[in-house]
Design a protein around this ligand. Sequence first.
Ligand SMILES: [Zn+2]
Length: 258
Amino acid sequence: MIFAWLTEHRRKSILAEPFPQLWSEILGRNTPFYTYLDPEEQSRLRDLIQIFIAEKNWEGCGGLTLTDEIKVAISAQACLLVMNLDREIYPNVESILVYPAGFIAKQKSMNPDGTMEEAPHGLLGEAWLSGPIIISWADANDGALNQTDGHNVVYHEFAHKLDMRDGSADGVPRLADDAQYDTWAQVMSVEYTDLVKKAEHSKKSRLDHYGAVNSAEFFAVATECFFEKSVCMRETHPDLYKVLSGFYHQDPAERAVN
Ligand SMILES: [Zn+2]
């Protein structure tokens, strides 16, 4: 209770500061989706960006010097996802580490004989269950500028963090009630199975085949598609669109960005 009061008190003082003119220019230049939001949504997003930038620890890695452009562009994309969710704003994200471009990280993977192996992989982003978000700035910037190609590393990694809020990365974020969990399970299992089949047979899909890796990746990939190819998803995967729309409390196809 006291913690919640302190948070609200601190946020009030953050929002007492005007939204910097430079940040507004960055939104117009680097995150074109912003211009498709209605004025009320834009105002809410600006509030979230101010809070998000102030509350999270930001670190430039690999020689990158963090700038307002980097922080605002990444924050705008991350906050778009939670614009209509609770006001906690990614409580499981303390730090955001930003590399200039793709980076190398060690990842565990299973060999065909069932043994586990840890080997270096090139990544554009990474979300740790009990740790930071790691993002390539070049790809975060590209993702925002190309708002209809279906690929967005910031949406992807922050969707993982929404999934992880209940303590596990299983493709099921915290939902409102049993009915929503039931619908989620039904729709996601049909859609995921369909994508796995398409990926196995190299058949085209509106959803990136990477979503067939597991149910956590499916949710992250579906989120990218939901925000970047919303009209197409509403037509070709109406149940999936409806479930994600119910979770995010957003109807991006109505914004006519894509
Ligand atoms: Zn992923």
